[in-house]
Design a protein around this ligand. Sequence first.
Ligand code: ZN
Length: 382
Amino acid sequence: MGETKLDRVVEELLGEVAARDGVPAVLEATWDGDTQGWFLDLALICRLGDGDGESRYRRHYLRSLRFGGDIRLFSGEVPPWPEVRVARRLWERLRAARDVELWLPAEEPDDDCPGWLERHQAIACRVCGKPILPRVSPHVPTDVCHPCTHERARQARVQIDYEAGDRNRALFFTSLRGSEIVEQAKVDEIGDLGLHLGGRELFRFKDRIGCARSSYTCVTLAREHVAYLLERLTPRLHGLVAYRDPPPDAGQERGGVIRRRRPFTIGDAPVVLDLNDEHDQWIARLHRLIELLRRADDELRVVLVGNEGITPRHMAIMRPLKRADGHRLALAELAKKLLPELGGEADLHRSLDALAGGECVAARDGHVELLLRGRLVPMSED
Ligand SMILES: [Zn+2]
């Protein structure tokens, strides 16, 4: 908006202000929105007579300023929001003649903010400190403003996206008797565990078991860690079951689609899950993980293994071991297969040490053997 047009809006508003009763005390500018986007409501609070309290004030609506609609978000025109500039310009002009206060609780669109007459009911946003009316939704914090809630969610997503790079996709919960694998539940770290626990909770958990910082992840879960997971995942499972869509009647099923149905017992209730349904697939996977965690005891231990920190170089070393009899090769033979591709012997030993540190391989008696983790790390068969 050019300066001339801006001045014209201010002139029009000054005309409207002059036509109001009472003594102008506050110029109020608060955001509101509709399906077309955001607008700034301008009102003039005037003092009438000399009485006490808020009742001697009258609020006169002036007009709403809506300049560009949400399209501006894409064209990069905002912020600063031109509506806010007009409100400030108007206030400067008013203030030159009268002692008028500006009430502009939010510089960016936010309809949680109170008007001037509601200001005593307001609380400060816990994050940015701006005055807001306490929010009533059960799904959002009551004391964080809308943009701050949105920004937090965005940052959490960025953090998860970053952590969920190629190095860090799958976690394997494995119950072991000795070194024998009894059962295994593979979960996608972000898709399954991240969503069930919540991103922040997941990072807290990984930190707690000591795998947030190590590049290799092969951790035997202590009893308290298993309990920690069960405590959070079990209610989540029951929640997912409670929010299932009712299964289609036999008569409503579309012909030709073979439904994969499987009976489960969740809590005390028998449930038939439809494994063609994405929601039910989630339930089935989470159920499997919980059953596995429940079986952890003195005899069975649960190991969490991730493929974080595994490089293509490591994969290249583990691949021939995976194919070998007993997952075991003489070091000399392994070296012959891998050198010179992977550099000199010193380089190979460095990589083997790293893999041994991550419990992927063990080197003894001139042989290298693939361990638990190596068997679990998904490797392409090329
Ligand atoms: Zn805030």
